[in-house]
Design a protein around this ligand. Structure first.
Ligand code: XMP
Length: 517
């Protein structure tokens, strides 16, 4: 792999993704990983990421100079560029001038391997206080800015290079090309990480792990569990059984999408558990959001466990135990729980609702090495329909946390109808890829006066919550075109009984969360 050394800012994962976009497999490792350990993993290259520190700050993470004697190609970015400079005997100065945001770089000479043929002046994204004032001996300086004489350098023979700016962010329009040139041309790594190679390797690994034994997988209707199940199905066929719990808090068409489209695309063996009454019974009279979440989570686990036991009993009678549980854990979850270097005993992230450990299954996590965009591409490669692969994220507790007030069958029906209209219109307007998601929230405990035809109405408002986001940690409200909003509003108020007002949530996150509860 290419190892991306994490200096503690939010950039390492983004860099790892960009490396993979150059079709090279990458993993994130903490900055205190010893050089010997990194080298032992036989990395094709090492990228030192940006970080929040100043190389002068007390306790700032340094780069062990040994790294540069290991014969491994190294690319330093921002803080990594400065730490590399110090380790190699160049000079980093505390100039007092900060460069932050969009900055112009000027290419010097022929631009070297990294910047050759790129526009002589072009914008890059900067974020630093210290600056490199002198490159290490033997390095060619290939770019500078108004305030930073050394913004890029390279030593082709030693396969070492670095840039002061952030090539990984979209505000550096040539950044991806520069990173690609480092990987392919300076480090000489071959681009082999493609969607079809991911599918082939993963399927082989699953076969190896499961052999001729059996597995189950909980489907949520979301992208991750669907793609995980499809990969395992590709690997072991009928030895996999999927369980889908219909808790009655699903959106319109969701159950059919799983039962029909997913099964048609994969041929998976599917058991649907109808648990609508059970969930509505448990939620009856409950209005507190946290209590709703707890109840839904708890009931989900009970139903899933029961289904697993039933399957186990059936299988057991036939003499075959179920040994494996498939989970759609993604790489960011693995990195965030400290397992970036592939270390053992990582806390498993349960996205099927926190399944207890005493279920006694070994975990199969076919998406453990993948980012979300890779998961979507794998899904398409496996023939899953766009409607599943490009689904908006949908919370585990479903529509239960989008009804402000008690959850009842009638209210669910109302919200489901309004939500279906909003989704239909957003899709028709071609906006699905522009928004991250657009929850529709029913203010069931609020009433508003309206007039329709000749009569007074006294109904409920719904809220549209369109947001744009990269990862749901932060979000901005999406400026939807007025004509699309108008169309959604007209249709909902005309077609959904009980709703006489449509409002728009114009709050970013923070301070508002994406969901209302
Ligand atoms: P918030 O409301 O915290 O939501 O800004 C961030 C993202 O997470 C989704 N979400 C959930 N997903 N189980 C899930 O699987 C949950 O309990 C849950 N709560 C929120 C939400 O839809 C958004 O994409």
């Amino acid at each position: 792999p290419v190892l991306v050394v994490d200096y503690g800012a939010q950039y390492a994962q983004l860099i790892a993704r960009r490396v993979r976009e150059a079709q090279v497999y990458s993993e994130v490792v903490p900055h205190d990983t010893p050089v010997s350990e990194m080298v032992a993993r036989d990395p094709a290259a090492i990228v030192l990421s940006g970080g929040p520190s100043s190389v002068y700050a007390e306790g700032a993470p340094q780069v062990d100079p040994e790294l540069f004697n290991a014969g491994v190609p190294v690319f330093g970015i921002c803080y990594g560029f400065q730490a590399m400079t110090s380790a190699l005997g160049g000079t980093v100065e505390h100039t007092g001038t900060r460069e932050y945001g969009r900055t112009e770089v000027e290419i010097s000479g022929d631009g070297g391997r990294l910047h050759n043929d790129l526009p002589g002046h072009h914008p890059v994204w900067m974020s630093h206080g210290d600056s490199v004032s002198k490159a290490p001996e033997g390095f060619q300086v290939t770019a500078g800015t108004k305030d930073t004489p050394v913004a890029a350098y390279e030593n082709i023979e030693r396969r070492l290079a670095g840039v002061q700016y952030h090539p990984e962010v979209v505000h550096s329009p040539h950044g991806q090309e520069v990173l690609r040139r480092f990987l392919h041309e300076i480090a000489g790594v071959r681009p082999q990480w493609t969607t079809s190679s991911i599918v082939d390797d993963t399927v082989a690994a699953i076969r190896e792990q499961i052999g001729d034994r059996r597995a189950i997988c909980g489907l949520s209707g979301g992208v991750d569990s669907a793609v995980a199940a499809a990969l395992v199905q590709r690997a072991i066929g009928d030895q996999l059984t999927c369980v889908f719990v219909d808790h009655g808090l699903l959106r319109a068409g969701e159950r059919a999408q799983v039962e029909r489209d997913f099964v048609a695309a994969t041929g998976v063996k599917l058991v649907t558990i109808d648990a609508v009454d059970r969930f509505l019974g448990a939620l009856s009279g409950v209005t507190d959001p946290e209590e709703k979440r707890k109840i839904i989570g708890r009931e989900f686990i009970r139903v899933f466990e029961q289904a697993a036991r039933d399957l186990q009993a059936e299988a057991g009678a036939a003499g075959e135990q179920i040994d494996f549980l498939v989970q759609g854990t993604l790489y960011p979850d693995v990195v965030e729980s400290g397992g970036g270097s592939g270390a053992a005993n990582i806390k498993s992230h349960h996205n099927v609702g926190g399944l207890p450990d005493d279920l006694q299954f070994s975990l199969v996590e076919p998406l453990r090495a993948l980012f979300k965009d890779e998961v979507r591409r794998v899904g398409l490669e496996l023939g899953l329909p766009e409607t599943i692969v490009h689904r908006q994220p949908f919370p585990g507790p479903g529509l239960g946390i989008r009804i402000i007030g008690e959850v009842t069958a009638d209210r669910l029906e109302t919200l489901r109808a309004a939500d279906a209209i909003a989704r239909e219109e957003l899709t028709a307007a071609g906006l699905d890829r522009d928004i991250w998601q657009c929850p529709v929230v029913l203010l069931a405990d609020v009433r508003s006066v309206g007039v329709q035809g000749d009569g007074r109405t006294y109904g409920h408002p719904v809220v549209l919550r369109p947001v744009s986001s990269e990862d749901a940690m932060t979000a901005d409200w999406t400026r939807l075109p007025y004509d699309v909003l108008e169309q959604i509003s007209t249709r909902i108020t005309n077609e959904v009984p009980d709703v006489n007002r449509v409002t728009l949530d114009v709050t970013s996150k923070p301070p508002g969360t994406i969901e209302w509860e």
